[in-house]
Design a protein around this ligand. Structure first.
Ligand code: ARG
Length: 559
């Protein structure tokens, strides 16, 4: 929007002088800047200053200079600094205000399957399951915002050892299947899982149960169905609390019917080799800094593994949706796994889609180690929600009376803003007290800002017209910040990185707070000025609301 227009007009001048297109970016010194002069200097064997002065002088001669610029000047050693005219800034603001989605568009329409969440059946959700859910949900919302075709799939884990372990546990305990509860699962899974780590024989039995289930054993299938039902109910309840939802509720097991097809393709293409009894696909490539281990497609006992279900799922998705992209939001530690799966799928030619692994880091406690409760356990998500709620409710007397719906929104804002402000592939420290505070780069600060702006508008009659005047620096700063939305959200889209939006929102909130603290709207007697300011407040509020929605934050009625 702003950058494109500036690039167009400046490139027009530069091309006329024979220098070709120029690029523009945000600047700390002026509003925007061009720093292509060094490159031009090399190509044209002139000093950056000579070229810069030439272009600047030509721009200053433009008839419509004032429609765009207040000042354009050369700055040593080789920059062109650009200060926008008030007319230009306000023209763009009008366009953003009057156009759906602030006039921001991506000229591309693609089909995406996005695979996130990935909870494992029979295991309760703990802190570690929050990131795949919310990072994925946010990326999905960003893609959809730009009108992409998006199919989300939770791809729950129901193919592994844990299912065999839980079936074994239920049988061992002699609980009649129809009486099994979620609570039983929560007790059985950790105890049998521990047992299997200590006892090879029992582990073997559990692995066999899993294998027979995969092969279609009907008795185990009834157990599996019961476990699935209990577990999914609970998972859905938690995702519901987090406002995370999916188009498809498929599990690893749902890819089972495609397994033979994929195996046949691998055989036909001579890609399966036998190594210690297992069928493997060699995925190493020349030039790999470290040799990539082969993908194990089938174990010697005939069981399929995580890599094989992922390949079968790719095949399934290709049949069902023929996507342009398949995105996987998982822990960074699965990087190698996905590298193997992607290479093997490419070799087998089972999809044309671009495959992207979008990894994320770990949530750490203030001690810098993976987040734990006071007694050293990895907290269940339910307990984390409770803990945050407690801190919020006890931080202020009036918070105690907040209704459940609003409390839930605030807990969500605390957790999500803490998380999504981070570059997703880094670990971050979740300091509950810091992130619950209404001051700082926090969810509550964002909500507070929104509610404050809303209040101003409620008390006054909002305006749908804006003049071409800008009244002071804080006013100008807010308007310029609004213009940056376009480029920040596009970065979030192309890099699949919600943190650009969270960062932007925080900066916008700071500008907005400065704005209304310094410009007193209610006592303003100048009608045009007042209308202009209300217009800006209203636009800022709309942006906050829509962008918070992209990071899955909903605004409470009060705070
Ligand atoms: N269930 C897996 C886990 O807990 C995550 C699944 C991610 N998706 C996938 N297609 N492998 O690690």
């Amino acid at each position: 929007m702003v950058i494109t227009e500036l690039e167009q007009i400046i490139s027009m001048v530069s091309e006329k002088l024979g220098y070709g297109k120029l690029s523009i970016k945000k600047s700390n010194i002026a509003d925007y800047q061009c720093d292509d002069l060094f490159n031009l200097a090399k190509t044209y064997h002139k000093s950056p200053m000579v070229i810069g002065e030439e272009i600047v002088s030509e721009i200053n001669k433009l008839d419509n200079f004032n429609d765009y610029f207040k000042e354009v000047s050369f700055c040593n050693p080789g920059f062109i600094n650009i200060t926008l005219s008030d007319t230009f800034i306000n023209r763009i603001l009008r366009f953003m205000n009057d156009t759906n989605k602030f006039g921001i568009k991506i000229d591309q329409h693609k089909t995406y399957v996005i695979d996130y969440g990935g909870p494992n059946i029979a295991k309760p959700l703990h802190v570690g399951h929050m990131r795949p859910a919310i990072v994925g949900e946010s990326i999905k919302r960003i893609l959809k915002y730009f009108d992409q075709e998006v199919i989300s799939d939770v791809h729950y884990g129901d193919f592994g050892l844990q299912i065999g372990e839980v079936i074994y546990g239920i049988k061992e305990k002699n609980i009649p299947l129809e009486n099994v509860t979620l609570n039983d699962l929560n007790i059985i899974y950790p105890s049998i899982s521990k047992l299997c780590k200590e006892n090879e024989e029992i582990k073997e039995i559990c692995a066999n149960i899993t294998k027979e289930l995969q092969d279609g054993n009907l008795e185990y299938e009834t157990y599996y169905k019961k476990i699935l039902e209990l577990s999914l109910n609970d998972i859905k309840r938690i995702y519901n609390y987090l406002d995370v939802d999916f188009d498809l509720w498929y599990g690893e097991m749902d890819s089972r019917k495609y397994m033979k097809d994929v195996e046949q393709i691998l055989k036909d293409k001579n890609l399966l080799t036998i190594s210690e009894g297992a069928s493997v696909v060699d995925v190493s490539e020349k030039g790999d800094p470290k040799e990539l281990p082969p993908l194990i497609f089938k174990k010697s006992n005939g069981a399929y593994l995580y890599g094989s279900t992922d390949m079968a799922t790719i095949y399934q998705r290709e049949q069902d949706f023929h996507p342009d992209y398949i995105l996987y939001v998982t822990d960074l530690r699965q990087k190698l796994h996905f590298e193997q799966v992607f290479r093997a799928s490419l070799k087998a030619g089972i999809t044309d889609a671009k495959l992207e692994h979008l990894g994320f880091g770990t949530i750490n406690g203030v001690d810098g180690k993976p987040y734990k409760t006071r007694n050293g356990e990895t907290p269940k998500l339910d307990d984390l929600f409770k803990e945050v709620e407690n801190i919020f409710k006890t931080s202020k007397e009036s918070n105690k009376n907040m209704d459940d719906e609003d409390t839930k929104k605030i807990v969500n804002a605390i957790l999500k803003f803490a998380d999504l402000q981070n570059n997703r592939d880094r670990d971050y420290i979740f300091d509950i007290n810091k992130f619950s505070n209404v001051v700082g780069k926090t969810g509550p600060y964002m909500l507070y800002t929104y509610l404050r702006l809303n209040k101003i508008i409620e008390c006054e009659k909002s305006s749908d017209k804006i003049s071409n005047i800008i009244y002071n620096d804080v006013d100008r700063n807010l308007r310029l910040k609004i213009l940056e939305l376009d480029s920040e959200i596009k970065k979030a889209f192309s890099e699949r990185m919600p943190s650009y939006i969270a960062d932007y929102l925080y900066d916008l909130a700071i500008c907005a707070n400065n704005f209304y603290q310094n410009n007193h709207i209610s006592s303003c007697n100048d009608n045009i000025k007042k209308a202009d300011w209300l217009y800006i407040i209203n636009l800022t509020k709309k942006i906050l609301k829509e962008m918070l929605d992209l990071i899955i934050i909903d605004v409470p009625t009060i705070m």
